[in-house]
Design a protein around this ligand. Structure first.
Ligand code: F0G
Length: 507
């Protein structure tokens, strides 16, 4: 694609569909089948030195961080698997484009370029920029959610729910039953239960449902995808009842890979065609570009001008002028190229194939993992890993701290700590107690992924040493980000001592 005389995207996918040709995701087969491993389809040309503190230092750093992996300092982390948000490696073309950004408060050419790319990828004419995904959620909630409203979704995300409840709304999760069984192999565990969606709308009345939110690549249940058909079915129900359909496309990239590889109806479609088929049926789409497009920033997009006009004034109010919305212009250029790269299957397969490898390695050893491998990262089922630690001692939080002790690996608790308390102050225990090992794209090599698997296996063999946690400082809103906890005994020191015994002088 050439804009203003310059190339703004690299080659699109290598495969161009001709009539009667089947689109199949490219894989590279190894001569010796038993040596089959995921293969990086890129080379690394900029590197960052890493440090691995000793196990004793790791116990100390954890204490200083209040046993909250969000509060660890990056300099003390060997493998940062907290998130893939804003930490994916950028391509040479993204960096090159960001050097040519048109910096101006209003009317920048960068905005026009990004708008054209968004229209090319999603087919949407209107684009409101925002500084990241949750900023889009804030504007959506501010504009559309009233006291007493109900917002159905396949599953909540932390920031989404916080914005909706802050406006007096309620979130209803309508995920299919398969989605909540971590051991069940099912290709589209993020799917909506369509019958329950209809029943809910009938029960509360369409007037009390400002929109239905479809979260691609369902984050909190292990990055599990929805099928293209399910997304279209939800959109059809919305149309039938006159309710707005909203796609949270933050994790669409991995979801596209799964649609392409798991859904029969998509076999002969290009990634670009799949996106358009989905986007054409949505009233509104928003996304965090910290994930989608390997960049930074956020966007609300639509073909419906009146919906956009309702939200428009909030952009300059909360974000920044309408042509940058709180984003740095360099990030917007990187986002434009990153979105084009999302159409390339050899680029979007890199997350899922490495995640699948890690999940396979660990599952074969007996470590309870969320199956099948999803997007975003590998997810350990902490309830099964630590069956003796009850919800109230936060098994997923405890496991995340143990993993940092075992290998300087920073994962993220995705369980009860990440929940909000009920309005009466009682705990709202999570349905799944997970530790997420996010795989930022193109950041870790296969040997680092193997190191991660090795340390998790060691921890699994020593799981009886792991104990629980309790709060010492608990913020009221989004407590998991900056709350502080304490181990319930000296179990962390004992775990470190066992590490010394088993690994000797090794870091
Ligand atoms: N929606 C989904 C599905 C997300 O996964 C995220 C962020 C957001 C919205 C909010 O976007 O961070 O740009 O404000 N997920 C990050 C994560 C935080 O680590 O999974 P944001």
């Amino acid at each position: 694609m050439v804009e203003s005389g310059r190339v703004i995207a690299p080659r699109a996918g290598r495969h161009h569909l001709s009539q009667n040709e089947t689109y199949i995701m490219s894989i590279v087969k190894f001569y010796k089948e038993e040596h089959q491993v995921p293969l990086e389809m890129h080379k690394v040309r900029v590197v960052q030195k890493l440090f691995l503190p000793t196990v004793e230092e790791r116990v100390q750093k954890l204490r200083e961080a209040g046993n909250n992996t969000f509060l660890l300092q990056n300099k003390d982390v060997f493998m940062d698997m907290l998130t893939d948000s804003g930490v994916n490696a950028m391509s040479d073309n993204q960096i090159a484009a960001s050097m040519q950004a048109d910096d101006s408060y209003a009317g920048s050419e960068t905005f026009n370029r990004l708008s054209r790319v968004i229209e090319h990828v999603f087919g949407t004419r209107y684009f409101l920029p925002a500084h990241q995904g949750r900023a889009c959620e804030n504007i959506l909630a501010e504009t559309f959610v009233k006291e007493g409203d109900v917002v159905p979704m396949n599953f909540h995300f932390t920031t989404t729910k916080a914005h909706i409840t802050r406006k007096g709304g309620r979130v209803e999760e309508l995920i299919i039953a398969e989605g909540l069984d971590p051991n069940l192999e099912y290709p589209f565990k993020g799917n909506f239960d369509i019958a329950r969606l209809r029943a809910l709308i009938e029960e509360v009345g369409a007037d009390h449902v400002p929109f239905v939110r479809i979260e691609a690549g369902t984050n909190l249940i292990g990055g599990q995808p929805l099928s293209m058909q399910n997304m279209l079915d939800v959109a059809a129900v919305c149309k039938e009842y006159g309710i707005m359909s909203v796609l949270d496309a933050s994790l669409l990239q991995d979801n596209l890979y799964f649609i392409k590889t798991r859904e029969e109806a998509a076999k002969n479609m290009s990634v670009a065609e799949i996106i358009r088929k989905i986007a054409d049926q949505m009233d509104l789409i928003y996304f965090s570009s910290r994930k989608l497009g390997f960049a930074r920033g956020g966007a609300i997009i639509s073909n419906n001008e009146s919906l956009i006009l309702k939200m428009k004034a909030f952009i300059p109010l909360y974000e920044g002028f309408l042509t940058y919305g709180g984003m740095e212009v360099r990030a917007m250029e990187a986002m434009a190229v990153g979105l084009m790269e999302t159409l390339d299957e050899e680029i979007i397969n890199q997350g899922p194939i490495f995640i699948e490898y890690l999940v396979k390695e660990l599952s074969e050893y007996g470590v309870p993992m969320v199956k099948p491998a999803g997007g975003l990262g590998a997810h350990i089922n902490a309830s099964e890993f630590l069956p003796n630690i009850p919800h109230e001692q936060y098994p997923a939080g405890a496991l995340a701290t143990a993993l940092y002790i075992a290998g300087g690996i920073r994962g993220m608790e995705r369980g009860s700590l990440s929940e909000q308390r009920n309005p009466d102050g009682s705990e709202n225990y999570a349905e799944l107690e997970l530790v997420r090992l996010a795989c930022p794209r193109r950041v870790f090599t296969l040997s680092q992924v193997k190191y991660c698997a090795d340390r998790v296996k060691w921890l699994y063999d020593n799981r009886e040493l792991i104990g629980g946690l309790k709060w010492v400082e608990e913020p009221e809103v989004l407590r998991f980000f900056f709350g502080r906890l304490q181990p319930l005994s000296d179990w962390q020191e004992k775990l470190a001592a066992k590490f010394r015994e088993d690994f000797g002088e090794s870091l």
